[in-house]
Design a protein around this ligand. Structure first.
Ligand code: ZN
Length: 456
């Protein structure tokens, strides 16, 4: 998209809003939302909180089945590093890809030349990347964000629907929203309807567990690494690789590495990371040792290990390129993240983590099989989400024997899973021997389900 098109799009949105405000019948239709199901409401509430400045951080809102998706970008009007802020849009877009795979909406690793064609070009201006700028963010900033997204390789333009970047203005230096507070509801409803449609066609009605099968530290590390080191085609004044290197140095300081004996990321899940942060902060570690910082440290070590194994690991055909990680996300909801990871890289998750503990002087005696695996959730079962089954860690030999097999998680409890295995050979749910071994041996972890699905 050209800058001219960007401006035109933004102008259209402003006109659209003005019409909404000037015409009371139309305004009423915005106020009484037709999309009232649980998922639609949760999505709307997220946008409204963003406009209200209640949660003033960048993010993405993935809504399965929806006709489009949204990114949330806060802009301090005094910021001069526009391209550095544009990097955030690329980061957040990578989170959309992760969720697309984890929810089995995306099935291809790589899009064709030109990107996956947009199925319905009547949404907004029909472009793949569009803007919603209701709070008067500078047009140059809007243009830079759309340019950064458009400059990404076609291979990762995998969605057949548009992605809207919602711009929120920010109180200079304070990080809180500064859009007109009296307009919060109107802005939120306008943005929601532009993206999802008033009746949110296609959007699933029940929120999924966004963290299901998501290795949270890898998700954060991946998004920042690729946004700063590789998807930099539109950056001219922003040096992404140097930014990444500097950020890692800061992260080590924040997280007291090397030598922080509480830096146990365990499975890499959001829950495990939160528990680790609680312990670290109780021990005096800075809150700046955030999910993002932790994810970047873990992913940086992964990249280091890849390059020690294969100097060309990050090349287009290298073992640790971005496409290989997209394959991991694709198979994670079926095989479980850890098997998907092992199948792609040949290391168990535990091996990677134990080596990282040595590198960062967290623990030099940890063994790979002590590192817990992620939960395997089944999102294909109807009704309420099922409790997570945390899989036991396996040795490399076990992984070699079992991870090659497809696994479809069973609905229901581990006991009902076990009972269904006797007929596994003819079962339409393809229960294989590894599932028998693993699921019958589950640790019945008690898990809090978060009906939020917004990554920062
Ligand atoms: Zn993120």
């Amino acid at each position: 998209m050209t800058i001219a098109e960007t401006k035109r799009n933004s102008s259209c949105l402003k006109i659209f809003l003005a019409c909404a405000l000037l015409s009371s019948p139309l305004f009423s239709s915005f106020a009484s939302a037709a999309c009232t199901h649980e998922y639609g409401q949760a999505t709307y509430d997220d946008i409204r909180e963003k406009f209200a400045g209640d949660e003033a951080s960048g993010g993405s809102t993935y809504a399965k089945g929806a006709r489009a998706n949204g990114l949330h970008i806060y802009i301090d009007p005094t910021v001069e590093e526009i391209e550095e802020t544009a990097k955030v849009s690329v980061h957040e877009y990578i989170h959309l890809l992760q969720q697309g795979y984890l929810n089995k909406e995306l099935t291809e690793y790589s899009a064709p030349v030109g990107g996956e064609p947009i199925a319905d070009t009547s949404i907004g201006n029909g472009a793949r990347f569009q803007s919603i700028n209701l709070c008067g963010v500078a047009e140059a900033t809007v243009a830079a964000h759309l340019a950064s997204l458009n400059a990404m390789p076609d291979a990762i333009k995998l969605f057949d629907h548009p992605t809207f970047v919602i711009f929120y203005s920010q109180t200079p230096g304070e990080g809180t929203g500064s859009c007109d507070a009296s307009q919060t509801e109107t802005f939120a409803r306008t943005a929601f309807n532009i993206i999802y449609g008033e009746n949110c066609p296609g959007m699933e009605s029940t929120p999924m567990v966004w963290e299901a099968n998501e290795n949270h530290v890898f998700a954060e590390g991946e998004a920042e690494y690729w946004a700063t080191n590789k998807y930099t085609g539109s950056y001219t004044s922003f040096d992404g690789p140097t930014y990444w290197t500097d950020k890692l140095a800061d992260a080590k300081n924040y997280c007291n590495l090397p030598g922080n004996s509480n830096f146990y990321i365990n499975s890499g899940s959001s829950q495990d990371v939160d528990e680790m942060k609680d312990k670290m902060q109780a021990a005096g570690v800075s809150p700046a040792c955030s999910n993002n910082a932790i994810g970047e440290l873990v992913y940086a070590y992964f990249i280091q290990l890849c390059l020690e194994t294969d100097a060309g690991a990050l090349n287009d055909d290298g073992m640790c390129n971005h496409e290989s990680l997209r394959r991991v996300w694709k198979y994670a909801p079926t095989y479980g993240f850890d098997c998907a990871f092992f199948n792609q890289y040949g290391w168990t998750w535990g091996e990677l983590v134990a080596k990282m503990y040595v590198e960062y002087q967290v623990d030099t005696s940890e063994v790979a099989t002590n590192v817990p695996s992620l939960c395997l959730y089944d999102q294909t079962c109807s009704g309420e989400p099922k409790p997570c089954n945390r899989l036991p860690s396996y040795t490399k030999n076990e992984a070699e024997n079992f991870c090659q097999l497809p696994i479809d998680a069973a609905c229901g409890s581990s006991s009902s899973s076990s009972s269904s295995l006797s007929s596994s050979s003819s079962s339409p749910t393809k229960m294989y021997s590894f599932a028998n071994v693993v699921i019958s041996a589950v640790i019945a972890a008690s898990v809090t389900f978060y009906f939020a699905f917004f990554l920062n």
